[in-house]
Design a protein around this ligand. Structure first.
Ligand code: 0A1
Ligand code: ZN
Length: 862
């Protein structure tokens, strides 16, 4: 395709600076659904009012809709017209009643946006712009309406009819049908609308709020899944209590329902009073869910629940403000999870995932500010930057304000903006006002993309010790030059000899390109602990020796800093091995041994601390990523660690065995350490490693241990490997969520033949692109397997591109989310880069490309 044709076909970008108030408001809407998978009739009655003095027509967004009828004030209208997908109605007065009627086909909706069918039920997904696929409406988050919903459906197929708000009435209808009405008293934007119709059962409970109101809770699933809902219900009750205790926020309706659906583009959705979840974030029992799944379920249940205040009661003015609700809500769910177990381990996990997904995004062609300036397709902006970097911004403000002022500031924010559509600026201004601080320069965190880099040099010169700090922010697409940021860095010095702290912890606000700190009269040589708790989401180069890092990994009193010192030591060792072909690893071996045998540390922490950085994180440290050299160096180090510390790994493994499954922080930590130790025992090449893994796999009373055993075998060459793969498949045949693990574990394998195995798995009868979880389990997992994806033949790239081109026809949102690994071509050698670009070009040239894929693939080529 020529550049001219691309330009002609290019969808228009939407710009933040073009924001204008809505021309028309819709204080009330009534929806009447005649539900049927093949043809659902939707009648909408909108009460519209003119917003300000203007003579512009009413524009109602649509997407794939055809108006069967349009009435204004009860009379069939003649003067409406279509403008592209939108319905335009000229109106003379300041308030009118508009009635429209459309027919849609949920069973043909493979995009999973709007009203669609999943495993026999009907459900909706409206964020960000799915409501316009259901009915004509000003589909933007700053138009808030009170909703009345009536649904009529076949009673046998759809015995349960749910919508937002409170149930008002229900009754029988002709022809074996029935109806139900739900009213939501809280004005809300259209993206929070939801309905569900299906043959469902509920795990019910109740919660009494802090002011004494009783709320009925229900987790709706298909009957066979009912036994897997207790964990989610429990997490919901904990979340409701936590938001009262920590933020003073109470639930506001009489019912709160959650529905689990099998086909879902994201994790879950915070629709008012009716959260809809990807079933992977609801269903759990010990036999089918790992500890990771249990924790993720609690975190996502909490996240969606917390949105009732941070997102629903206070919503977003426009989609550029997405991080207003998402960054804040991620921060809230992270804090909730930290309070349920080990805060230190939770912080380590959150930073690991920030580094795995957000740092590369910020360093690549899709980098964007936390508050973007423009987008083509908003679905592409549900990113790690908006969510996870956004959460780090809130965390930094909480650090700067301190806990009391931060709470006062969130109270002010919620009270002032309750019932409105707000902006990131409103949030920051609330922080400033209640915190009594000036966040003028801090606001750059919202507007400048890119991960800041800090260099720190500690020089001791006689009685004076100087810490020289400097910051830079790298150029990103559209932002070649950056201004200095405000970086809150927690710092402390430790005595090399005594191992004791030499200073208190201090919070340094680095807000200039360069700054110097002085310490006078330190009694011994100091070792620097910096960015403790990961107080700022930056990359620190502190120039510390292997000996200093080993020292901190044993003596730092901040658990995150201790973990970080070990990670840095591992990274330095590995990068040296990759670039020079050899590496001195004595200090690292000793540090791992010390950590592994330190009786004061809990097992969950040890497991995190002794884990080597991933292949891709090692690659992120290098000028040109060499996947094969990285893989070899990492495997060699794993083998050495395994061999040299074999007795310690065995002791850790044995010490962490348990008699019976229990879901508690201590039991989870033990399983984590046990599985990490198993990996090292296998890496040592020990003769009995495969038997040990198979015995664990076979005898496990929980999925964490079974999958841990399986993963170890899948990476190896034992004849037990195939046996385990088959046994796992047989045992869980028919369980979609567990089969996802089966696909994923094989796609992540470190073996030489993974690419061929994945190509074959894509032809397996259980593989389908129609289910997003399954597509992600194979294609998504494979594309983050650095070694296999970057096979020098380029076949890995071709495989992913083929899958994405096919998936785009069904589900553009899910396809577009899987583009970024191909967009990292600049980080690789010329041959790989050319092959990756070639696949991106093939995607861009494929006929009928969606707007979602167009934006991701063309930006990735720049
Ligand atoms: N607001 C949801 C995320 C979400 C976004 C878009 C969706 O549409 C496909 C679905 C969910 C959350 O933050 O959990
Ligand atoms: Zn969210």
């Amino acid at each position: 395709m020529s550049d001219a044709r691309i330009a002609a076909a290019a969808p228009q970008a939407i710009r933040r600076e073009d924001y204008r108030q809505p021309d028309w408001l819709v204080p009330e809407i009534a929806l009447d659904f005649d539900l049927d998978p093949a043809a659902t009739r939707v009648r909408a009655t909108l009460h519209v009012t003119r917003n300000g003095a203007h003579d512009r027509a009413l524009v109602l967004n649509g997407d794939g809709l055809e108006a069967a009828s349009v009435k204004v004030d009860g009379v069939a209208a003649q003067n409406w017209r279509m403008d592209g997908q939108d319905l335009v109605i000229p109106l003379t007065g300041d308030a009118h009643t508009i009635e429209t009627e459309v027919v849609i086909a949920p069973e043909r909706n493979t995009q999973l946006q709007g009203l669609y069918a999943s495993s026999g039920m009907l459900c909706t997904q409206c964020e960000a712009e799915g409501f316009r696929r259901i009915t004509f409406f000003p589909d933007r988050p700053d138009v808030l309406s009170k909703y009345k919903v009536r649904m009529t459906a076949d009673k046998a197929r759809f015995p349960v009819l749910l919508a937002n708000g409170d149930p008002i009435a229900q009754g029988p209808a002709e022809g074996g049908r029935h109806w139900a009405e739900w009213h939501d008293p809280f004005p809300k934007p259209s993206y929070l609308f939801a309905l569900v119709a299906g043959d469902l059962v509920a795990n019910t409970g109740s919660f009494t709020t802090m002011s004494g109101r009783e709320v009925q809770l229900g987790i709706y699933v298909r009957a066979p899944d009912l036994p897997k809902t207790d964990h989610a219900l429990h997490a919901l009750k904990l979340s409701m209590k936590w938001d009262e205790d920590v933020y003073g926020r109470e639930y506001d309706l009489d019912v709160f329902n959650i529905v689990a659906v099998d086909d879902f583009n994201f994790g879950a959705m915070e629709n008012k009073g009716l959260n809809v979840f990807n079933s992977r974030y609801i269903l759990a029992d010990p036999d089918t869910a790992t500890d990771w799944d249990y924790d993720a379920i609690a975190a996502v249940v909490a996240h969606e629940y917390f949105h009732n205040w941070s997102g629903n009661r206070v919503t977003c003015r426009d989609w550029f403000q997405l991080s207003l609700k998402e960054g804040f809500t991620v921060f809230r769910d992270q804090s909730f999870s930290a309070d349920q177990g080990s805060a230190a381990v939770k912080r380590i996990e959150d930073v690991r995932s920030l580094r795995a997904s957000q740092f590369p995004e910020d360093a690549g062609p899709l980098a964007h500010p936390v508050r973007p300036d423009e987008y083509i397709e908003i679905s592409n902006f549900y990113t790690a930057t908006i969510y996870n970097k956004g959460a780090e911004l809130i965390r930094m403000m909480a650090t700067i304000l301190g806990p009391q002022k931060f709470r006062a500031a969130t109270d002010l924010y919620f009270d002032r903006f309750d019932g409105t559509a707000a902006t990131c600026e409103d949030f920051v201004a609330s922080m400033e006002e209640a915190g009594g601080v000036d966040l003028g320069q801090f606001r750059r965190w919202y507007s400048q993309a890119g991960t800041p880099r800090v260099s720190a040099n500690l020089v001791q010169d006689g009685a004076t010790t100087r810490l020289a700090l400097a910051q830079t922010v790298p150029p990103t697409p559209g932002q070649p030059v950056k201004e200095p940021m405000v970086l809150p860095l927690k710092i402390r010095l430790f005595g090399e000899k005594s191992g004791a702290p030499l200073t208190d912890e201090q919070l340094v606000l680095l807000d200039k390109p360069e700054q110097e700190l002085r310490f006078e009269g330190l009694p011994e040589r100091a070792v620097l602990s910096i960015n403790r708790g990961f107080s700022a989401p930056v990359i620190v180069d502190a120039n510390r020796s292997a000996a200093d890092l080993a020292f901190l990994s044993a003596h730092d009193d901040d658990p995150f800093a201790r973990y970080e010192a070990m990670q840095q030591l591992m990274l330095d060792t590995l990068v040296a091995a990759v670039t020079t072909g050899k590496g001195e690893h004595g200090a690292l071996i000793d540090a791992v041994r010390n950590t592994l045998t330190d009786p004061s540390l809990d097992r969950a922490f040890i497991a995190e601390a002794v884990l080597l950085p991933s292949d891709s994180f090692i690659g992120d440290q290098m000028a040109v990523v060499d996947p094969d050299a990285i893989f070899r160096a990492r495997e060699a180090l794993r083998a050495d660690l395994g061999n040299l510390l074999e007795p310690e790994w065995r002791a850790a493994y044995e010490g962490a065995r348990a008699n019976r499954f229990e879901y508690s922080p201590a039991a989870k930590g033990a399983r984590r350490l046990k599985n990490v130790a198993l990996g090292y025992i296998a890496a040592s090449g020990a003769a009995d490693a495969a038997e040990l893994a198979y015995a664990q796999f076979d005898a496990a009373d929980n999925m964490t241990d079974r999958q841990g055993g399986l993963a170890t075998l899948v990476n190896g060459t034992s004849s037990l490997r195939e046996k385990a793969i088959q046994a796992f498949y047989q045992r869980y045949a028919g369980n979609a969520l567990v089969l996802d693990k089966w696909f994923q574990t094989q796609a992540l394998s470190s073996r030489d033949d993974t690419l061929a195995a994945v190509e074959k798995l894509a032809r397996h009868p259980d593989f389908t692109l129609a289910n997003p979880n399954r597509a992600r389990a194979l294609v998504g997992a494979f594309s983050i397997n650095q070694r296999a994806f970057h096979d020098p033949s380029g076949r890995g790239y071709r495989f992913v591109a083929d899958q994405l081109i096919a998936l785009d026809k069904l589900n553009p949102q899910t396809a577009a989310k899987l583009v970024p690994p191909l967009g990292r071509w600049k980080r690789f050698d010329a041959d790989r880069a050319a092959k990756m670009r070639g696949e991106l070009e093939r995607i861009v040239a494929s006929p009928g490309l969606s707007k979602d894929m167009f934006e991701q693939a063309t930006k990735s080529l720049d």
